[in-house]
Ligand binder design. Structure first.
Ligand code: NAP
Ligand code: GDD
Length: 358
């Protein structure tokens, strides 16, 4: 049985990756922060109680990637085959308010883990959650050779992590790779990222609980994909003969305005009547246009995104309508089920687990 260790297991990607790896037969270990309230909602449906004699393959360990703390001990104890480093302060706007904290947690944490792997003499393969945000103002489309032009403390921190990952690969021969992932979303997306903020607002407006939605820059363009597709790419990167870096995206970009058209249009509303601009959501420096050129991943990993922009928005609106206690139009759900019918077993599970987490 292969073993994986995941930092950021309670996040959007961590939860999908855990499902994916459990379905592949892995034993999964995750690092979670101690909090005064429950912070493992995205994993609750996966929890098995050893007291009931259940088959337990998911283990959670307390830790914080803000310090080296017990990382080496944990790696020695667990002896993972693969380490996925997903934990981060992942909000770009917040990184302008908390620049040094973001540098520490999003940037320095990577060298803490790489150094722990090295010191523990571990054979683990390492995945670094790098980001398209690192391309910043570089002209689209962006690929593995595009020079980085970071535009935020978050992007600068991710760039440090990117380079130190390459450095440990070149210098110490570690199997360490960067997945340079473009934006990926889902019904489990954090509520303050623009896609989820919009789909939650659509549901609240339909339910009569919200009148206006306050947003920032509507002209920014992003390459938005579906998170469950992207965790498969993470795993594929660690199954190659040699460690390399890969860009992962759909190769299709849309503006926030188009996102509003799609989400409000799906429930028959005109967003112009509801959306207001609040400058507090502007960023001191914005990234205008991110568009992936994922040809390397298509060719080498044989990876392809299965869900595209329109379906993604519908899946998310349906999910938020259901959460708001409303009957969803259902198109997003049926798209999801149809697309995934006959694919890997885990992906069918994802659809039902999405329902289970609501
Ligand atoms: P997310 O939902 O914000 O999850 C972040 C995770 O990191 C959470 O589990 C969080 O724990 C954990 N974390 C934060 N600070 C920590 C600390 N000091 N110690 C331990 N854990 C800590 O992010 P995501 O969307 O899943 O993204 C996963 C990774 O991919 C991140 O590194 C992100 O920057 C990167 N990325 C994301 C995208 C995207 O579009 N989603 C694209 C490119 C790269 P709590 O639950 O306790 O807060
Ligand atoms: N969050 C947010 N809130 N964004 C808004 C808003 C708003 O009210 N109004 C407009 N936007 C614009 C932002 O200015 C940005 O251009 C775009 O919507 C997307 O913002 P986010 O959803 O916050 O995502 P992001 O692109 O900044 O960052 C995400 O993707 C990166 C990969 O490119 C995060 O997941 C990062 O962790 C990830 O690395």
């Amino acid at each position: 049985m292969k073993k994986a260790l995941i930092t950021g297991i309670t996040g959007q990607d961590g939860s999908y990756l855990t499902e994916f790896l459990l379905a592949k037969g892995y034993e999964v270990h995750g690092i979670i922060r101690r909090a005064s309230t429950f912070n493992s909602q995205r994993l609750d449906h996966l929890y098995r109680d050893p007291h009931n004699g259940d088959d337990v393959r998911l283990y959670l360990h307390y830790g914080d990637i803000g310090s080296s703390g017990n990382l080496s001990d944990l790696i020695r104890q667990v002896q993972p085959d693969e380490i996925y480093h997903l934990a981060a302060q992942s909000h770009v706007r917040v990184s302008f308010d908390l620049p040094d904290y973001t540098g520490d947690v999003t940037g320095l944490s990577t060298v803490r883990i790489l150094e722990a792997i090295r010191r523990a003499d571990s054979h683990a393969r390492f995945y670094q959650a790098s980001s398209s945000e690192m391309f910043g103002s570089a002209s689209p489309p962006q690929h593995e050779e595009t020079p980085f032009e970071p535009q935020s403390p978050y992007a600068a921190a991710k760039l440090y992590a990117y380079w130190v990952t390459r450095n440990y690969r070149d210098g110490y021969g570690l199997y360490a790779c960067n997945g340079i992932l473009f934006n990926h979303e889902s019904p489990r997306r954090g509520e303050t990222f623009v896609t989820r903020k919009i789909t939650r607002a659509v549901a609240a407006i339909v339910a009569g609980r919200q009148q206006h939605l306050y947003l920032g820059n509507l002209d920014a363009r992003r390459d938005w994909g579906y998170a469950p597709d992207y965790v498969e790419a993470m795993w594929l990167m660690l199954q190659q003969e040699q460690a390399e870096d890969f860009v992962i995206g759909t190769g299709e970009a849309h503006s926030v305005r188009e996102l509003l058209d799609e989400a409000f249009g799906y429930v028959g509303l005109d967003w112009n009547q509801y959306v207001r601009i609040d400058e507090k959501y502007y960023r001191p420096t914005e990234v205008d246009y991110l568009l992936a050129d994922p040809q390397k991943a298509f060719a080498r990993l044989k990876w392809q995104p299965r869900v595209h922009f329109r379906e993604l928005v519908r899946i998310m609106v349906d999910a938020d309508l259901e959460l708001a206690g409303l009957a969803a139009p259902g198109e997003g759900r049926s798209i999801l089920e149809e697309r995934y019918d006959g694919w890997h077993r885990w992906q069918d599970q994802v659809a039902s687990m999405e329902k289970g987490t609501r």
